[in-house]
Structure formats: structure tokens, C-alpha cells
Design a protein around this ligand. Structure first.
Ligand SMILES: C[S@@+](CC[C@H](N)C(=O)[O-])C[C@H]1O[C@@H](n2cnc3c(N)ncnc32)[C@H](O)[C@@H]1O
Length: 423
């Protein structure tokens, strides 16, 4: 399965954005917590705290803003065309559920979004579904799964005007009365905490975030700082998860200090999601690499990146709680985790291919028919559509579909082109 690694570049970072911010002091809340934990924590705990702490975390507090005027852009934040293109695919997945004898009269299908960010995609989808598929929309509810209170507060404000019923829930709450429908996970799995691991020349070790109170000359430092350091060797249970990714094979090109990450939180997330969805489809959209690229020797520092104010930084310790931290997904690991949690893979491809199969070229062509008074709008939409498919940017995202409790439904974006279908 693991192929030799060709030279590869990290596609997340627009070279124009590559910049290293100056190291910042450890904020008092983090210092206090670290000291309470003996001065060191696994990287995954650090990532979880700085992103999701309800008071201090970048998402937990709602400090991060998504969109062209915020900290970073995502496809849905670039305008409604993304939802318009995605909607027919969701309809393909939802209509058979509605026709199913098992659907009780009055039961609403659920369009669940995990990690809805600003709520833009949920609102855009609700609008396009209510407008173009009113019969389906009448039998549909939006369910938003958002653990971060700061983000949920903004979603509630935006979705006040949604033309579908909306509720917020957790996967655990949904598991009490599982729904049927579709779960969307757009750029959410990359916000789950990862474990960073370091090769010490003979074994794999967990990477720790450690507080440093000592200055260069051995005296007390003027200010505490954070350091990344190797900790204990990995447990056999973790090593067994790394084996199918090719990380246990000897590789002389991985020098001591070579560092990467594994996605310890993805399998529990898939498990919770499976318990919440009785029958239906899951669509994951995220930056993702095959294991042979992800763990290729040339990628010697993993994929973790920090983002703020449209800038990217490769130092995960920069200004904790003020920056977004993300890590790519590993496609092979995701497929293994999906199988282990009862999800049936339905197919995956790059976003560019998926959106072209869903009619992006026609959408682009249709802009020509906008009145000349709409020139500014047409130009902005054209730019967004081109960014969605640009292989050097959002077009390199992966779409991965999984089903449960249903006959294998090949996604529209994986079907052979045929005669045009009605929307
Ligand atoms: C990178 S943003 C993506 C937002 C939106 N989906 C988009 O593409 O514009 C990540 C979102 O996932 C949320 N999130 C983080 N961890 C989560 C989890 N365990 N379950 C659900 N949402 C989570 C964050 O609060 C945030 O809303």
C-alpha cells in the first residue's frame, strides 16, 4: 500500500502567506494549567486547550473569524455558489430516504453539520433547498453540532432567518434518538486535536509541550516560554495504529527528530457520528493526503499549521489561543477508522473534480447572463468558483463520502458522466 515518496510540497501554505510570527509569552491561564499538570502535557492536550477551551480557546471563545475579512477563508465563506453546487448531491442522498417505507409520516430527515463555523454553509444550503426543492425542504431540519460556545453564538444569530427548522445538538444527544439524513463535516476534522510523534533514531515518542522556566545561562528565565520535546516511547496500542501507515518500516531517510502527527481524535469522532446517524451519508471535506505522501520522509515536520488574519505560521506554539491550528487528514487512516466504526466508503476525489462533476463549469458559464449592473457580483463569483477548483488551493481538498444503513449509493461526483439530470 505504501509507495515510495516523490518530492512533495506542503500544499496548505500559500507561499505569499508563509511567515513566522515572533514567539509570544505564555498566557497566564496556560501557564497556570501547565504548572498544575507538572509542567508538561501531550501535544494533543495543548491543541485541544488552545482551540477549544470555552474561555481561552481560539474557537471556544469565538475569537476566530472565518471569511475573507476574518482569519482564514473556507469554500463556503467565499459565497453561496458552493452550497448551490453541493445541494443536488445532498438531494440525491436525501430523496431515497424520504421515499423509504420506513420514513414515518411527519418524520423530518436531518441535514446535520458538524463544525459549522460561521453557519454560512448551513444557511446557504437551507435557502437553496427551500427554493429549489420545497417538498423535500418541508420534511427537513438542520441540526448543528458545535461544541464551541463562542462559535455557536454567532451561528444562532445568522440562522435566525433560516427557512428550515434549526436546532443545536451534540452527537451524544443525537445518539439518544438517532436521525436519518446526511452529515456534513466541512473542515472540521482538521480542527480535532492530533498527537505529534517524534522519531528518536530507534523508537517513536510522543511529543510534549513543556514549560521552560530556565534561561540560557541556567538561571531563572525572564519570562517562561514553551518548548516541544520528545516524551515517552509510544504505547504498543498506538504503534499498531501507525503500522498500516508505513511508519514502522525502517527508513534511513527519517533522521532523529523527524516529526509528524496521527489523528487520535478522528476514530472517536466517527464513532459518535455513527451513533447519531441511524441511516444516511457522511460527507467529509478537508485537506487530506495519502499515507505515502503524508508520511513521506521529506515532510519532516508534519502538517500542523497556525492561521490568523489571513497569515500562516508553521510554529504551533505561536500566541496560544489566538491562532487556528490545523493538521491535514491522512486518507488511509481515515478509511481504516471509518471501517472500524461501521462506515461504508462510497468514494472520494479532489474537490476540483467533485465540483466540476456537480456543474461548476455551467455555473461559471451562467455568470455571462447576469445583467451588466451585476458586473461586480459576477466577477466576485467567478473568482470564488475558480478558487474552488484551483489545484494549488481549495481544489486540492478531498471529498470523502461514507454511508451507513443504506445500499451502496455512488455519489454523483463519482458517477460516469451521463445525460444532464434535472435539478
Ligand atoms: C475550520 S472551522 C470550519 C467551519 C466551517 N465548517 C467552514 O468550513 O467554514 C472548524 C469548526 O469546527 C468546530 N469544531 C471544532 N471541534 C469540533 C468538534 N469536535 N465537533 C464539532 N465541531 C467542532 C469549530 O468550532 C469550528 O466551528
Amino acid at each position: 500500500m505504501i509507495q515510495p515518496s516523490p518530492p512533495d510540497s506542503n500544499p496548505t501554505v500559500d507561499p505569499a502567506l508563509k511567515q513566522t510570527a515572533k514567539p509570544a509569552a505564555v498566557p497566564p491561564w496556560l501557564l497556570e494549567r501547565l504548572l498544575a499538570k507538572g509542567g508538561e502535557i501531550p501535544f494533543s492536550t495543548y491543541m485541544d486547550w488552545v482551540l477549544h477551551d470555552p474561555q481561552h480557546g481560539a474557537y471556544g471563545s469565538g475569537r476566530l473569524r472565518i471569511g475573507p475579512h476574518g482569519d482564514f477563508v473556507t469554500s463556503p465563506s467565499l459565497g453561496g455558489d458552493f452550497a448551490a453546487l453541493l445541494a443536488p448531491q445532498l438531494v440525491d442522498w436525501l430523496l431515497p430516504l424520504l421515499a423509504d417505507q420506513a420514513t414515518a409520516t411527519g418524520e423530518r430527515l436531518a441535514l446535520v453539520e458538524s463544525g459549522p463555523g460561521e453557519g454560512t454553509l448551513a444557511l446557504d444550503l437551507a435557502q437553496v433547498l427551500a427554493r429549489d426543492w420545497p417538498d423535500l425542504a418541508e420534511r427537513l431540519e438542520l441540526v448543528l453540532v458545535e461544541p464551541n460556545p463562542g462559535m455557536a453564538a454567532r451561528q444562532r444569530r445568522l440562522l435566525e432567518a433560516a427557512p428550515l427548522p434549526v436546532r443545536w445538538s451534540s452527537f451524544e444527544q443525537l445518539a439518544q434518538a438517532p436521525v436519518r439524513g446526511v452529515v456534513l463535516a466541512h473542515e472540521v476534522l482538521d480542527a480535532l486535536a492530533v498527537e505529534r510523534i517524534v522519531w528518536d533514531g530507534t523508537s517513536w515518542r510522543q511529543q510534549l509541550v513543556r514549560i521552560n522556566l530556565v534561561g540560557i545561562n541556567g538561571e531563572a528565565a525572564a519570562e517562561p516560554s514553551l518548548r516541544l520535546e520528545p516524551g515517552e516511547p509510544l504505547e504498543p496500542s498506538v504503534l499498531s495504529r501507525l503500522k498500516p501507515l508505513g511508519l514502522l518500516e525502517p527508513n534511513s531517510q527519517r533522521p532523529e527528530g523527524w516529526c509528524t502527527e496521527w489523528h487520535c481524535a478522528v476514530r472517536p469522532w466517527l464513532d459518535h457520528c455513527a451513533a447519531a446517524l441511524h441511516q444516511g451519508t457522511l460527507l467529509v471535506v478537508d485537506y487530506a493526503l495519502e499515507a505515502w505522501r503524508y508520511y513521506g520522509p521529506q515532510r519532516s515536520n508534519g502538517t500542523v499549521m497556525a492561521y490568523r488574519q489571513q497569515q500562516a505560521c508553521s510554529d504551533p506554539l505561536v500566541e496560544p489561543g489566538d491562532w487556528d491550528l490545523t493538521a491535514h487528514l491522512c486518507i488511509d487512516a481515515l478509511l481504516i477508522d471509518a471501517e472500524a466504526t461501521g462506515w461504508q466508503p462510497l468514494g472520494h476525489c479532489r474537490q476540483g473534480e467533485a465540483l466540476l462533476a456537480l456543474g461548476l463549469a455551467e455555473q461559471l458559464h451562467g455568470l455571462q447572463s447576469l445583467p451588466t449592473s451585476g458586473l461586480q457580483e459576477a466577477l466576485a463569483r467567478r473568482e470564488a468558483l475558480l478558487r474552488f477548483v484551483d489545484p494549488g488551493a481549495l481544489g486540492d481538498f478531498r471529498w470523502l463520502a461514507f454511508g451507513r444503513g443504506l445500499p451502496n449509493q455512488v455519489p454523483r461526483f463519482k458517477q460516469e458522466p451521463g445525460p444532464p439530470t434535472n435539478r
